[in-house]
Design a protein around this ligand. Structure first.
Ligand SMILES: Nc1ncnc2c1ncn2[C@@H]1O[C@H](COP(=O)(O)OP(=O)(O)OP(=O)(O)O)[C@@H](O)[C@H]1O
Length: 258
C-alpha cells in the first residue's frame, strides 16, 4: 500500500506570511499520529496542504504525494480525504438528515443537492458506516437538531464513507462536553483498532488516544519533533513546545496536561 503522505521540502505562505517552513514528513496509510503545537503554528495549514486547499511554493526540491500520487483530480481527492473539524461543512447541512449528511461525503457537498445521484450501493455503504459509528438512531434526524457530539459523530461518518483509510481530525473535541468528548475518543479508538488511520490535530492532550503512537511537534511553522509518543509526550518537551511550564500525568493510557 502506498504511503498516505510524503511531503518533501514543503514551504507554504498564507497572505504575505510564510507559515510552513521546509516541512519533511512521511505518514504511512493506517498510521495513527497526533500533531501538537501552539496557536498559529501552522497545524491547520498543514492539513489544508494535504487536502490541496493551500499550495506549497514551487521549488525544484518540493514534493507533495498523497496515497502515492502527486497529481489529483481535486473532487476525487476530497472524496478520499475526509476532514472532521468542529465546524459543519455549511449551513445547508443543518437541514440534512443523519443518513443524507453521511452520503454527502461521496460528493464532498454540504447537503444532498437535487442534481446529485445517490446509488443503491452508496446508500448501502452509508448505512454500513452509520452502523460502524453507532449512529443508526440518527438516520432521520436533521443535523441541526443533533447535539454537538452527535453532529461530530455524523461528520466522522461523512469523512469515512468514501474511503475509511485515513481520517483527518482538526480539533474535533472543541465545544464537546465531558461525556461527548469521552464518546468521541471511544469512537476514534474503535476506528483506529479497526484499521482506520488517524491524523489528529488537538489542543487537548487527553484526545491523544492510546492507539496514537507517533507525535509531531510543530512550532512557528517548523517541525521540532517527530517520533514515538513515549519520547515526545513529556513535560519538558511540552514545556519547550508551548514555552510555558507544563505538567503531565498518565492514566489508563491517556495523558493529561495542565
Ligand atoms: N486565510 C489566511 N490568510 C492569511 N493568513 C492566514 C490565513 N489563515 C491562517 N493564516 C495565518 O497562518 C498562520 C497559521 O495558521 P493555522 O490556522 O495553520 O495555525 P494553527 O496552528 O492551526 O492555529 P490554531 O491552533 O489557532 O488553530 C497564522 O499566523 C494565521 O494567522
Amino acid at each position: 500500500m502506498p504511503p498516505f503522505l510524503e511531503l518533501t521540502h514543503v514551504n507554504v505562505a498564507r497572505g504575505d506570511n510564510m507559515v510552513l517552513h521546509d516541512i519533511n514528513l512521511s505518514v504511512n496509510t493506517g498510521e495513527h499520529i497526533a500533531i501538537l503545537g501552539p496557536n498559529g503554528c501552522g497545524k491547520s495549514t498543514l492539513i489544508k496542504t494535504i487536502t490541496c486547499e493551500c499550495y506549497p511554493i514551487v521549488q525544484p526540491e518540493t514534493r507533495v504525494s498523497i496515497f502515492g500520487r502527486e497529481r489529483w483530480d481535486l473532487t476525487e481527492l476530497k472524496k478520499r480525504l475526509g476532514v472532521v473539524s468542529a465546524e459543519l461543512p455549511g449551513k445547508p447541512t443543518l437541514h440534512t438528515t443523519g443518513r443524507d449528511a453521511v452520503l454527502t461525503g461521496f460528493f464532498s457537498s454540504s447537503t444532498l443537492w437535487p442534481n446529485l445521484t445517490v446509488t443503491a450501493a452508496m446508500r448501502e455503504r452509508a448505512d454500513e458506516v452509520l452502523e460502524q459509528i453507532d449512529a443508526i438512531n440518527l438516520i432521520d434526524k436533521p443535523v441541526g437538531e443533533m447535539s454537538a457530539g452527535q453532529q461530530r459523530r455524523i461528520m466522522i461518518g461523512r469523512a469515512l464513507v468514501g474511503s475509511s483509510q485515513m481520517l483527518l481530525l482538526d480539533e474535533p473535541s472543541n465545544a464537546l462536553d465531558i461525556s461527548a468528548q469521552r464518546e468521541l475518543r471511544n469512537l476514534l479508538r474503535k476506528l483506529a483498532q479497526q484499521g482506520t488511520g488517524i491524523l489528529l490535530i488537538t489542543h487537548h492532550i487527553a484526545d491523544i488516544i492510546p492507539e496514537i503512537d507517533r507525535l509531531l511537534l510543530l512550532r512557528e511553522g517548523r517541525i521540532i519533533g517527530d517520533g514515538p509518543k513515549e519520547e515526545l509526550l513529556t513535560a519538558p518537551r511540552l514545556s519547550d513546545l508551548f514555552r510555558t511550564e507544563v505538567q503531565l500525568t498518565q492514566r489508563d493510557g491517556f495523558h493529561h496536561a495542565w
